[in-house]
Structures are given as C-alpha cells and as structure tokens.
Design a protein around this ligand. Sequence first.
Ligand code: DMJ
Length: 626
Amino acid sequence: MVLRKLPGVSASGMGLRLSQKFVFLLFLSGLVTLCFGALFFLPDTVRLKRIFLSKNENPAVTVEHQRASLKGGEGANVKLKVSRKPSVTHGARTVERSVGSRAQEEWSPARAQEPAARDERVTSAAHNGERGSAYSYEAFKTCLLKPALGKNQGTPPDSETLQRREKVKEMMKFAWDNYKRYAWGNNELRPLTRNGHLGNMFGGLRGASIVDSLDTLYIMGLMEEYEEAKEWVQNNLDLNSNGEASLFEVNIRYVGGLLSAYYLTGAEVRFSLICLGEKLLPAFNTPTGIPRGVINLGSWSWGWASAGSSILAEFGTLHLEFLHLSQLSGNPLFTEKVMNIRKLLNKIEKPHGLYPNFLSPVSGNWVQHHVSIGGLGDSFYEYLIKSYLMSDKTDQEAQKMYYSAMEAIETNLVQKSPGGLTYLAEWRGGILDHKMGHLACFSGGMIGIGADDGPAGQRQHYLDLAAEITHTCHESYSRSATKLGPEAFRFDAGAEATATRLSDRYYILRPEVIESYMYMWRLTHDPKYREWGWEAVEALEKHCRVDAGFSGIRDVYASTVSHDNMQQSFFLSETLKYLYLLFSDDDLLPLEDWVFNTEAHPLPVIRKRCLQEHSATQDHGQTNLE
Ligand code: DMJ
C-alpha cells in the first residue's frame, strides 16, 4: 500500500529501480536489527525474550546430588535448581542427573558460569574431585575446640534464665509458624495482612526467612521446623533466578545462612553454596576489582548492573563468607577477590585514618567523605576484627587494619554527651553530625570482642568503651514509651539518646542493641545485660507481637503503636538468636570456635594447621592401606 502511493513506483516490487530496492532493503534490515536488539532491553519476564534469548542460554538444570559426591555430607538426596550457563563445548539442555563425583567431573557449576567461566581458575576442587583439596567435614569437626552446642545445648542452670530462654524459643516458634502458614517460600511475612513479601533485594531468590532461620531453629532444638526448612532449601531454593540482587544481602543472608547450616549440621548444601558463591563473582568484574553493589544473579547477560559508587559496608562485608567458600570449594578465587579489596583499601589514602563510606569501583577513589560506624560503614569494621578472629588470630593484616581504624574512630568520632553518655558521631568532611544510628549499636559488641588483641594495656580501655556504648544504646531504648529504640538518636539541641526527627522514630525489629548485650554478657557476666535483654523481650511481646507474627513499629515514642506490617528475616536470624544465646550458657556456640557473620550466622574459626594435619593423617592412613 505504501509503495503504491510513491510516485513512479509500480504496485509490484518487480518494478522498483535498483537504487529504490537498495534503500528498501536497507530499511528492512535496519528494522529487523532494531527489533532484535530491543529484545535485550525487555525485562526478563517478557515471554518473547525468554523464547528468543533465554532458552538456549540459561536453561534450568535440576540436579539430584548425593552425598557421595561431597565428602562428609549427610546421606540425603538433594534436589536443587541451578542456572546452567552456556559454555563453548556444551550445548544447552535441561538435565536431571545424579551428581556423583563422576557426574561432577563432566559438569561443574563453575564451568556453567558465563563471565566467571572465562577465568579458568573457577573450577571448584570440590566438584572436580581433586585429591587433597576436597573438604572434609569430619576433619573440620575434629578441629573444633568444643562441641558446637555445648554439653547440654547451653541450658542455663537457674530456672529464671531457663524460663526466659524458653520464652524466646516460643517467640521463634510463633514467628516461624506464622511465616510458614501465611508466607511460605516468600522472603518475609506481612503479619497484619497475613501474606508474603518478596521485595527486590534478592533478585529472584526466595525463602530469605527460611535460609535465615535454619541455624536459629537448629540451635533452639526446634528440630521439626529445622527439617522443614532444610527440606525447602534442598528441594525449592531456586538459584536459577533472574533479577538484580544486592551482593551484600545475598552474601550475608543466603551464603551466610547456608554456610552455618552446613557447618552446624552437616546438611548437604555445599553444592548450592558453591553455585551461589560463583554467581556472585561477576560483580567483581570492574576496573579495580571493587565489586558493584548490585548483581544480576540469574542472567546470561551483564554480570553487574548499577552504576555509581560502591558502599564500604557492602564490599567490606564479604571476607568471612568468601574465605569459607574457598575453604569448601578448594577454589582460591573467592579469597583472591576479597584480598584484592583489602589491598586497595590499604593502599588508598585515608582522611585522618578514617574510611569514608563511598568508593568508586572504576577509579578506586573515595567518592565523598562521609564516615559512619552505623549504616554504610558498620560491618566493614566488624569484618576486620572478625577476619582476624576467624583466622585463629593469624591474619595480622586484618588485626592491624582494625586497631588503626579503631584509633582513628576514637580520635575523631567518639564523643561524650553533656549528660555523660558515650556515643559515636558521624563525620562529614571533618564536621561532626551528633547522631548515632541503631545500626551503630552493634559496635558495643564488636569493641568488646576486640578488646583482647589490641595494643598492650588497652584491654580494659576497650572493654570500658564497649560497655559505655552499650549503655548509651540501652538508654535509647529506656527513654522511649515502648522501651524499644529508634532508628537513629541524637545528641544535640538538648537531645540525649533520643530521636528528634519524625523520620527516625521507627523500629523494625533490628538486632544490634541486643547483639551487644549478648557479647557483653559473655565477656563480663554482668547480670544487667540479661536484665536489659529481658526488657527488650517484654517490649517486643507488648508492642511488636500481633496475631500472626511480629511486626516493626512506626514510632517508638507513641504509646499506642502503629505497625509496619513486616516481619523482617533478620528478626529470626539475629534478634531472636542473640536473645536465645543471651539466656544460654556460654558453651552454646563458644566464641573460641565461632564467629558470627553480620546476619548472626555462626561460622567456624578456620584452623588451617589442624585441617592440614588431619588430612595428612588421613592420606597417610590411606597409603598404608593401599
Ligand atoms: C542485618 O541484615 C545485618 O545485621 C546488617 O549488617 C545490617 N542490619 C541488618 C539488621 O538490622
């Protein structure tokens, strides 16, 4: 029809002149290219895109794998879904196979990764069966100094503490049962509307509350619930999920949760752990190796997505989990990635010895000079001291970095209010903001566990500082109507540990204050920490417990509360776990053997020498038998 209207052009195409044919063909091919190119920009959910692009490049692979493949697991068959990426030699297909050691030689999740597969070192020894580097769960257990659950599951001798602990266990069961009933498989429970919440933090990953709860259920002895959770992870945790996810959140909740479940119970989740770990590696494909904060988890396409600067607390909170990923997989790449971050941080100039919160992953320079021990900075410092402790106190570089950072923090950020409260201010290009976030309250515990290994003669000083900060955070709770603390509190314009802005008054079931009570209890056995913990339990019961779970509240100063309709997964993973530990004996997850990641997932101290000796003995034994 269009052609007919053009002057000098006959209705039949045959009548076109050569130049007209050329222009027409050019136009047509342009149109086709444009349409095909546009497919790339469609959301992953659009069917057309899946038909044209995904099928061949990202097929779901359901893998049945048995413990025979990975040394030291339990006998359970494990079904999990992983994303299989194209490789040069393998065609795309959906396979269901038994992953015994032979099957793993043929295919490893590492080989299936697109961007990471380009790095040939991404071949997990755990999967290709390399002798000597296979991880032994039995060896790991012999290297623990004490039984993980203590002599008697940490049961406290006095009846009052025992009753309090039972109450916390009941809260966990209540939170879990309601999640199970109304939100099973979702990331969180919405307890008022009685439905599930997926959110956008984890890409397409689901079940955050389940993965986050595994270890809490186990240490509380909620075994039926633990089995349900484990079964869901083994059968339904779908790693083949598209969508942009926070590298930090996936690492601390999913990788951390699975690591703890593996180490505590021997549950066979090592394969999914390594798959997931390898899916995070493309985030490091930046000019500096400092990872981007957001990663496209399931996609064949871009490894990382968002532009802009990387956040200190995000790229600085990978070390513990990544070291364990190397340990379990035999693949040094995970360790190399986080050691590279550390190298850059050591090299870069630090204003007054402080670490600003934003860094460009492209230039490797600080983006602005905002320093905080709360949000954006917090767990970077936590992971320095915990890296040292988790290395069996051999990682002296982490030790040095932590204590130098502490020195700079003390010189520049530690303040005393007119009322005598010690707090950590924030620093903006040399100007102090006299505000402390709830998140910063974890630092009481951190400074406490770091007290022993600082410069000589500083132990008591650090313990005192830890106690003072924990006291201030308790004040932020006791000065509110609900006895729960606000998101941020200030020390200016007459305020002392209270929120002055409406927008800072909420409480979302966060753990940090209780976390510090738990550490301070372990370090000092001062009964006030258990009392403070109990005050928090009563407040949670009174104001956050609703008919179908626990909910955050919008204003801690209002005596009639308004709920936010969200039971955060960290409430099950952290808040309730720390409370339970606070009312348990110290031999439940003893601190000599375990460090908690920033989501409260316990990870064992890596005793390299012990592990090597153990495998040497095993090898020796084997040789004798042969
Ligand atoms: C948790 O997810 C982790 O503790 C993280 O480090 C920051 N805060 C939340 C809970 O408040």
